[in-house]
Design a protein around this ligand. Structure first.
Ligand code: ZN
Length: 408
């Protein structure tokens, strides 16, 4: 009767998971309420609850009000969040950060170290040392870690689990999924920072409550992530949304990808910096004029202080970016466009020309709202944590806290 035994075990596991799920969702709850919600008999629920209490998966949380039968108020039960844990990591251009969170999404410890540029194997192995550190800091035993999420700035091929290239880290052809799982000791979901940030935005940020939106990253590169009906749209290889390398200018500037006239060459922070440096040596009156080594940040600051030339540079970038976004809108038909990344810190100076470009390029259609990101610098790490919890079967928390330490 082999199959009978297996069925019995499967059934027992399923009932146990069901009881835990109800306590987690509805807790603090009494046993009778759990029995009603699960359709399991009271004795069965009681046996499972005793087992969950012994295993530390749930805890007692005081007594409820007196029951209708006038009997003793029942002992209430709630999920024990420290009985499971999730690791999240962000490998930034400058800093690598690892956090450990409990089963309710509360951050228990954070550690950071300088990212290792030019060496993907060593840079990924660094995650292991940081994870050992946060687990020790938090007093979290390794066996309760269920899964991990990793966000990094590169092209990750989901079909092969390879990081094909992370240009700003100088990493090439890293078996990122396997290497990260080796370092962290649990399965790891790996996403690029734009995808991870979009996932965070969909839970806590400007896109909370919006099913279908595009999230555009405007920094030294240009990228986008697409969320359709609440799901990240990754594409066959995980490269969906890479609009930065769409050709938008015939005979335009050469791009780092080997192409010519890519959106990234005319609308990114690099394009803003190039225009800022031209303004520094140009004839027009500008706060930038005569300055050495003008950066994107200098242009943003000058524009915010009212410099007309700098505002014009951002307007130009915004209107080019708007053209790129118009293609995304035509293809994906979203409810909302969210713009994040360093350039988005220009606020309306960037968003307004994007909207104007969209009105021109999408004439005859209802305008799609364009807003700035509301999740900030921590978005990729927050997204990595949420993706880890999602992969580990945990319900996603209503908030993440305390605030995460940014990875640059
Ligand atoms: Zn390109």
């Amino acid at each position: 009767m082999m199959s009978g035994r297996i069925n019995h075990a499967v059934m027992r596991d399923r009932n146990r998971a069901l009881v835990l799920e109800v306590i987690r969702r509805d807790g603090p709850v009494g046993r009778a309420q759990v029995a009603r919600a699960t359709d399991l008999g009271k004795p069965a629920v009681s046996a499972i609850v005793d087992d969950l209490l012994r295993g530390g998966r749930v805890r007692e949380a005081g007594r409820g009000t007196t029951g209708v039968d006038g009997g003793r108020p029942s002992v209430l039960l709630e999920f024990e969040p420290t009985s499971e844990a999730y690791l999240a990591a962000q490998i930034g251009v400058h800093t690598t950060t690892v956090v450990v969170a409990d089963g309710a999404g509360a951050i228990r410890a954070t550690r950071s170290a300088a990212s290792i540029r030019g060496d993907g194997a060593a840079g990924t192995a660094l995650l292991g040392a940081l994870a050992d550190g946060v687990l020790a800091d938090a007093g979290t035993p390794r066996h309760v870690v269920r899964s991990a999420g990793l966000a990094l700035p590169g092209l990750i091929n989901r079909r092969t689990g390879m990081l094909d290239v992370a240009p700003n880290l100088g990493w090439h052809a890293v078996e990122i999924e396997r290497a990260a799982a080796d370092a962290l000791g649990v399965p790891v979901t790996v996403h690029n920072i734009t995808q991870a940030a979009a996932f965070a935005e969909s839970r806590f940020g400007a896109a909370a409550g919006t099913d279908s939106f595009v999230w555009v990253y405007a920094g030294s590169g240009i990228g986008a992530a697409i969320v359709m009906e609440g799901e990240l749209l990754l594409g066959a290889r995980g490269l969906a949304g890479e609009i930065g390398h769409c050709r938008v200018v015939e005979d335009g500037p050469a791009c780092g990808c080997g192409g010519v006239g890519c959106l990234e060459t005319v609308a990114s922070g690099l394009a803003v910096e190039r225009a800022g440096r031209a303004a520094a040596t140009g004839r027009r009156r500008s706060a930038l004029r005569g300055r050495d080594g003008v950066t994107t940040n200098d242009v943003l600051e000058a524009a915010a202080a009212g410099d007309v030339v700098s505002a014009g540079i951002l307007r130009e970038a915004g209107s080019r970016l708007g053209r790129g976004i118009s293609y995304l809108i035509r293809i994906t038909d979203p409810d909302l466009v969210v713009v994040g990344g360093p350039l988005a810190e220009a606020g309306e100076l960037l968003l307004d020309p994007i909207r104007r470009a969209l009105r021109l390029d999408l004439s005859g259609t209802d305008p799609v709202p364009v807003v700035g990101s509301a999740v900030g610098d921590h978005a990729p790490l927050t997204g990595a944590l949420l993706l880890a919890m999602d992969a580990g079967g945990a319900p996603l928390p209503a908030r993440i806290g305390p605030p995460l330490v940014a990875a640059g």
